[in-house]
Design a protein. Structure first.
Length: 61
């Protein structure tokens, strides 16, 4: 696999993580209550941070 194709697949994974973050943030804010709300919010922000790092690395290389 060429380096360009590998970067493409990594960036698609980063975009997928951002999509998961958006969905879980929505669910945690509007659909859940209590401790489960906090857990899903933390998970969502971890998805967003990892997606940001992934895409930053792809863009800078």
């Amino acid at each position: 696999m060429s380096p360009g194709m590998l970067k493409m697949w990594i960036s698609i994974a980063g975009i997928g993580l951002m999509f998961l973050a958006i969905i879980t943030i929505y669910v945690s804010r509007y659909k859940l209550k209590g401790v489960l709300r906090f857990v899903t919010a933390v998970l969502a922000y971890l998805f967003m941070i990892s997606a940001g790092f992934t895409l930053l690395i792809v863009f800078l290389t």
